[in-house]
Design a protein around this ligand. Structure first.
Ligand code: ZN
Length: 280
């Protein structure tokens, strides 16, 4: 909990603010940071005095996604397992799939199902793995400079591990986002229902806090069951099943890239990376 990549704040009774505190890397996510974030969510979930959790980020950008340097060589050694998956030390796709199922899909799904309202407070760019921190939250408040990107297809992969795109953006825009690697603006995200409110950057934190205060006045048992009911409605539409199917496709792409070029992403991406990012 003392990890300096994540800050745990309790600004008011009943409200916790968890902050991504690695702005020097634009809050890129390595294994250590994701575990610290998971610890912080667990702490807030298990504290009966907490009713609402805000997830915020230091710096101009919410998150640049997974720390690619680590993603290519990451190890789970020394980290406790919080899910039921196994085989982290296995060769080939088996070990990679285990790791990604635990710290990417597994963590994001876990955070989605925390039985307390969560609010994402988002500014600047949110790239690929960054979406996997925003989308599990119940409510998204975006600064008007926020941009949402999934550039995984450009990396030779069929979408980020927490594959919630069709439910967040609708089928058409989800496909456009994936096919082009272009950014979705805060205004478009709002129009499509992915974002609850768009506000000026200077008002972002206070807007999120004022909503947290209103929610914190409500009885927690009803809040957690209301959340569970909406999540169940989405899952009854097939969300979870579709996500696990997409996750398998994601792993197939990693395996394909490794067979063709030796890395889990398409090597051509490294040459086109800047050209793609310049469009955002
Ligand atoms: Zn992956």
């Amino acid at each position: 909990m003392s990890d300096n990549r994540i800050r745990y704040e309790q600004p008011e009774v009943g409200i916790v603010r968890i902050v991504l505190a690695r702005p020097e890397t634009r809050n890129s996510q390595d294994t250590r940071m994701l575990h610290a974030l998971n610890d912080a969510f667990d702490r807030a979930a298990q504290d009966d005095t907490v009713k609402v959790i805000i997830l915020a980020a230091d710096g101009p950008h919410f998150s640049s996604g997974h720390d690619l340097r680590e993603k290519l060589e990451g190890s789970m050694d020394g980290y406790p397992t919080v899910g039921t998956w196994c085989g982290f030390g296995c060769e080939g796709v088996e070990g990679l799939m285990a790791r990604e199922r635990e710290i990417y899909l597994g963590f994001s799904e876990r955070w989605r199902n925390i039985p307390k309202p969560t609010i994402a407070e988002v500014q600047g760019k949110v790239v690929a793995g960054g979406l996997m921190l925003v989308w599990p939250c119940d409510i998204v408040i975006a600064a008007d400079d926020a941009l949402f990107v999934d550039n995984t297809v450009a990396m030779g992969i069929a979408g980020a591990e927490f594959f919630n795109h069709p439910w967040e953006l609708g089928v058409r825009k989800a496909k456009e986002m994936l096919f082009t690697s272009d950014s979705v603006s805060a205004a478009d995200a709002y129009r499509l229902g992915m974002v609850n409110h768009v506000v000026p950057p200077a008002e972002l934190s206070e807007f999120a806090m004022s909503m947290a205060r209103r929610i914190a006045e409500q009885p927690l048992f009803a809040l957690k069951l209301a959340k569970e009911s909406v999540n169940a409605a989405q899952d009854n539409q097939g969300r979870a099943g579709a996500m696990y199917t997409a996750f398998t496709a994601h792993q197939l792409c990693h395996a394909h890239n490794r067979l063709i070029g030796g890395q889990i992403v398409d090597l051509a991406f490294f040459h086109r990376q800047k050209e793609i990012a310049d469009r955002w």
